[in-house]
Each structure stands twice: as C-alpha cells, then as structure tokens.
Design a protein around this ligand. Sequence first.
Ligand SMILES: [Zn+2]
Ligand SMILES: [Zn+2]
Length: 180
Amino acid sequence: MHLNPYGDYAVRLAASLANDWPDDRAGIVARTRAFGMTMDFPTAPDDHPRTGQVVEDWLAVVDADDPRRRATILNAQMAAVTAYPRLTDHDGEGWHLHYRDDGQALPEVLAAVISVGTALHLTTRGMHRLRRCAAGDSPGDPCSAVVVDVTRNGRQRYCSVRCANRAAVRRHRARTRARG
Ligand SMILES: [Zn+2]
Ligand SMILES: [Zn+2]
C-alpha cells in the first residue's frame, strides 16, 4: 500500500470505515481495495472487532481539536503501532515505504497505515483538516460523520451538501427568530 506524500488515501480510508462501518471482515478488506491497498493479510477470527477498535482509537484523534492535544494522541498511537520505515516493492505497486513490520495482521497494518497517513495529512495540509461534521454541533442533530478536509481553501466543515444545507436552514431560522 502506498503512503503518498499527503497521506490522503489512508486518512480517507479511516474516515470511510468510521462513517460506514463494514458488517464483516470481507467488507473491511473490500474497503481497503477501494482505497488502493493491494496486499493480502493473514486472517484471524477477531480481525473485525479488532479493526473496529483501531477505528475507535483513531476517533480520539478526530475529536481532539486542539493541535497539541491532537499531536500528543497521534504520537502515542504511532509509537505503539509503527516500526522504522522501510522500502518495499510488492503486488506490482512499485517501490514505496512501509512504516511497519512484514507479515502483520489486518488490524495492525491498518493501525500503522492510518496513524502515519493521518500524521502526513495533518502536517502537509494543516493540523485542523480533520473534524466531525459541523452539522452535528447543533443540539439534536444526528450527524457525527468524520470530515477529512482536502479542499484547496481548507475550510470544509460539513460531510455533505445535505448537512451544509440543514445547518444553513437552522441559521436562517435562528436569525428570523432573533428578529421576532
Ligand atoms: Zn505496500
Ligand atoms: Zn454531516
């Protein structure tokens, strides 16, 4: 799997898993394929729940909106799950870097890929470019989707047009109420 200079694919894969959690292991693997990962992993019976825990841990990074706090959590995760970087060439991908040992199980691979990818994304694009959908900031709004901001201006706050519109309607109503 590639860790491109911006870490985009890995952080977007993590958000996809968080926002739409697969029902089983095959669903997780299919998602890694959809985001460009090519490697086969040894199968363990608890891959599905353990990968769920990896995503759960990653959400602590998403929810830490102070940059220093965010960095501290992410540094601890990378310290726990990554190894020294090494050059590798497998499955016809061409030479690229892995930040983990060979022969690891699916949850361990994803923990390494997601933590390093997120670190690359935040340091190249900006520490604030990861958040929950701003629609969910309003009391009673059900959206808690993760937003990975890869926009040019770095101001994406909503997961979807639908959520942005819902929030705009709420702001309009609040203004109308305020005017009486
Ligand atoms: Zn690889
Ligand atoms: Zn949303």
